[in-house]
Write a protein that binds this ligand. Sequence first.
Ligand code: CO8
Length: 258
Amino acid sequence: MIYVNLLLEIKDNVGIITINRPKALNALNIDTINELISALKEYNADKNVRVIVVTGAGEKAFVAGADITSFPKMGRSGADQFAHIGHDLMRAIESASKPVIAAVNGFALGGGTELALACDFIYAADTAVFGLPEVSLGIFPGFGGTQRLNKNVGLGFAREMIFTGRKIPADEALRVGLANKVVPANELSNAVIKCAQEIAANSPVAIAAVKDVINRGATLPLNEGLAIERTKFAECFDTLDMKEGVAAFLERRKPVWK
Ligand code: CO8
């Protein structure tokens, strides 16, 4: 695919996807969403990529939401289709076998916060601003925010954020558990790459398995989640990565993942 709205770069086993529509503060139109789905599939299939990072171009915005300029002509069935494709994108992130980190470098509003929430976790610049302001437009979060936000911040805070549409600065996002880490804006890229490389040093097979277990278990009763954990855990013992990881430990050397 030719990417018009994204910049793609692979750096030391980390696939970086930069949403590049700075004039619209990286707002998500349908083309950009389709490109994101395609880029995620590409990186997910690429053996050189062990971790995927999603970020926004420029210093001002991660993603300022869905592209509002497309709303006036959308109508009910268009909105349904747009929400559908947004959900496809978020599911592509969650079902990727590699961890996806959101590097939130500025405004992450509406669909921007929802995109970040679909990622495995969020690192943010101290200049980042989160929020779900959709109710000020007469709509509400339609890219999964109504379902995913409460998993990070609890139902009470999620309701308050969605009902008020209030913007949340980075330090508050950190305090409420929306972001894992906040760093000065000029250190965000290094901090994310450092974390991605910590992950990339571990068994890709184990990481893929545990991401799947965590995501599937998140919506299941504890006993069912534990059953999935037990099955997948036992499966690890049939993998070359397990044999290599344990052998490397016993031989006091670094593992070489095949
Ligand atoms: N869509 C399209 N263009 C945008 C968007 C957006 N979401 N956000 C900003 N822009 C554009 C502006 O129109 C402006 O363009 P231009 O220079 O051509 O006039 C440019 O980006 C710069 O923006 P501002 O001049 O507004 O910059 P400010 O620094 O004054 O303000 C803000 C920055 C606070 C980020 C402000 O732009 C803003 O409030 N943007 C909208 C934020 C928002 O409401 N986001 C939620 C959108 S709705 C959504 O995401 C729903 C998701 C679910 C969809 C479900 C399917 C239907």
